[in-house]
Design a protein around this ligand. Structure first.
Ligand code: PHE
Length: 446
């Protein structure tokens, strides 16, 4: 089967950055930073991004480009007759679980798009936003409809193969989102009482970090960069042999991290200015952002535009999630793209229902003391992605060999890899040891 490649350098970069930039940056980063006390957690997160994120991203991209196939087959090709392809199967499974709760949150964003455009949202006073938002997500039908729309939209784009079109528009729209975030940050930090929020973001108290916080910083570094489940193996397989994968990894990481930090700069000053709780969880941005928009001239229009753009950012991430799964089933089982996409989307919607209803009728259904949504969200970031990252590091470091990886990263020696030594040490020793220690420490074993 001929594989469709990316037409331009820009296409891959946009798609991979589109995968990375999403709800992880705008929704999840602020709320878990809020739950973990702010600055110290954020510094640790940045440290993990640099130390482990970038080298692992290069590793995924080189595995993908060398393997030239879906995430499972890529491992089979590079390590024939071994069990390493289970790393790919773990990735495909993670994509199912991640998509099922991610689509619930993307659905909330869609609900806010409709309420911004109708003018409803801008009329709510800040002290009523909490109950307003809870009213939406706890109803048992509407959020499911939005979730369905998110999944259907994603499926449509994956089937129609209009990803290239999406990339073209993302190229224009993501900078607009960035610009809007900067404007919002300016508004937020100039609110009265904002300085406490800035302190929360930048003045670390490392003594406050718990084992759980350390694990969450690590897991979120993976989540935000779309690492540890083969997204970038899959996208790497579509990249042509001339591209420089090292610069690509750096650019994606920088864009992703910048957006998260600015989102933090929007949320926390406002949280403190309005007396909201920084640690209130997944609701945080849905309550804070409308309060900021309310204080802006043309706030209603900015608000509509903002949620539309975040919705698009979420879709470019869900496309990558579906793509991991679809490329695996079409190539391995020779089923048509359309059929696979429809069946998989349906299964994801079924898995998604209990996630969405975790805020409604299933609120009290708990497993390991967590709602279904919390359990899915937690297991992906804090178990499956770190485990995937560990396996990928072990695979490159001990099985396929960093020499081979470096060879691919330098386009067979044609370009430089200035940090090749550092890369080798991190992938071979530091990454596996660090991930194992953090996993053991946070579970209380160590
Ligand atoms: N990185 C995406 C985000 O930040 C989420 C994601 C994770 C997408 C893993 C694909 C794979 O929103």
């Amino acid at each position: 089967m001929k594989r469709e490649g990316f037409g331009s350098k820009f296409g891959v970069l946009a798609a991979a950055a589109g995968s990375a930039i999403g709800l992880g940056n705008i929704w999840k980063f602020p709320y878990i930073a809020g739950e973990n006390g702010g600055a110290a957690f954020i510094f640790l997160y940045l440290f993990f991004i640099l130390l482990l994120g970038v080298p692992l991203m290069v590793s995924e991209l080189v595995i993908g480009r060398k393997g030239q196939s879906n995430v499972v087959r890529a491992f089979k090709k590079l390590a024939p007759n071994t069990k390493w392809h289970y790393t790919g199967i773990l990735g495909v499974s993670t994509a199912f679980i991640l998509f099922s709760f991610y689509s619930a949150v993307a659905g909330w964003i869609f609900a806010y798009v409709s309420r911004s455009i109708s003018g409803d949202l801008i009329s709510i006073s800040p002290d009523k936003l909490g109950s307003y938002f809870n009213g939406i997500i706890s109803s048992n039908i509407e959020p499911l409809i939005w979730q369905f729309i998110v999944i259907a939209f994603t499926a449509f784009i994956v089937i129609a193969g209009i990803k290239k079109g999406v990339e073209k528009y993302s190229k224009i729209l993501m900078p607009v989102l960035f610009g809007l975030l900067v404007i919002l940050a300016v508004r937020s930090v100039t609110l009265e009482g904002a300085s406490k929020g800035i302190e929360f973001l930048f003045k670390p108290d490392f003594a406050s970090l718990t084992g759980k916080g350390i694990l969450e910083a690590l897991g979120h570094a993976f989540f935000s960069l779309s690492l540890g489940m083969g997204t970038l193996v899959t996208y790497g397989s579509y990249i042509n042999k001339k591209e420089n994968l090292q610069t690509m990894a750096l650019q994606i990481t920088m864009a992703d991290t910048l957006i998260a930090l600015i989102a933090g700069l929007v949320i926390f000053p406002a949280v403190f200015a309005y007396g909201f709780q920084p640690d209130q969880g997944p609701e945080l941005i849905f309550i804070t952002l409308p309060a900021v928009f309310k204080e802006m001239p043309l706030g209603g229009i900015f608000q509509s535009l903002f949620f539309v753009l975040v919705g698009i950012a979420a879709l470019t991430s869900t496309i990558s999630l579906l793509e991991i799964i679809v490329s695996y089933f079409t190539e391995e089982y020779k089923i048509s793209r359309k059929k696979v996409t429809i069946i998989v989307s349906f299964i994801i919607f079924l898995l998604g229902i209990p996630n969405t209803l975790s805020f409604g009728i299933l609120e009290n259904v708990k497993l390991f003391d967590k709602t279904i949504f919390d359990l899915f969200n937690f297991s992906v970031s804090n178990v499956m992605l770190p485990l995937g990252g560990l396996l990928i590091a072990l695979f490159v470091g001990k099985v396929w060999g960093t020499k081979n990886a470096i060879n691919e990263a330098t386009n067979d020696g044609k370009i430089d890899f200035p940090l090749a030594k550092g890369y080798t040490i991190i992938i071979k020793y530091i990454a596996p040891v660090a991930i194992i220690i953090i996993l053991l420490y946070s579970t209380g074993i160590l």
